[in-house]
Ligand binder design. Sequence first.
Ligand SMILES: [Zn+2]
Length: 218
Amino acid sequence: MKGIKGIRVLVFLGFVLFCGQPACAHADAIAQWTFNSLPPDADKTTGTNSPAIGSGTALILGFVTASYSDGGTNDPASGTDDSGNRIVHWMSDKDTGFFCRHCLSQPGKGREMLLANYHVEPPKGVYWSPSPIFLHADADACPRFVRENETPKAIREISLVGIRSYNTDDRMLYDLTDLSGGKEAQARVEKCLADPRTSYVNIHSSGPGCFLCRVEQF
Ligand SMILES: [Zn+2]
C-alpha cells in the first residue's frame, strides 16, 4: 500500500489499563479537580478552579505561585472520561457496533466494553470535537493495533465510513473529505495521503460520526 507507512491510534493506553481492572476499584470521589480548561488546551495560563466531579472551588493560599494543567482533563483511575462523565460498562449484545478504538476490532457478542467520551485531537481548533468511543474492558484481550500499510479488517467490514483529511494547520480539506465504503477506505486514504496538503486522516463512522482511528505517515 503505497503512501501509507503506518496506522496509529491515539487512544491513550493508560485509560485501558486502569479501567480494565475489575470494577475500576477505587474509592468514590467527593470532589476532584483536573484544572485544565474544558476543552483541554496546552496553555498553562488558563484553566478552571471548578472540580470535574463534585462541587466547590480551589484557592491558592499563602505565598504560592501556580499554573494550570496542560494535560488531559480526566484522571484514569477516577473512572471518568475526558468530559468528566462516569465511564459506562456495557456488554456487547451483538457481533458488530462495538468497535474497540485500541485494538481496532469488533469484540463480538458478550464482551464487557467501556463506553466513554474521548477528546479527539488532532484536529485542534475549530475542527476539534469529542467523540463517544468503545474500548475493551479487559486490557489483556486488547493489544494495541500497530501494523504498517494495513487497514483494520473491522473497518473494511463497515459498510460506510467517513474519511476526513486535515492539513498541518488542522484545517479540514473538504475536497478530500467524503464518505467511503469500508472496502474502499484504504484506496480513499491513499488518495488523501498522496496529496501533499494532507497531514493526517481521521476515519469516522458514517451515521453517528464517531471517531474510529487516525492514519498518519511516519
Ligand atoms: Zn480492544
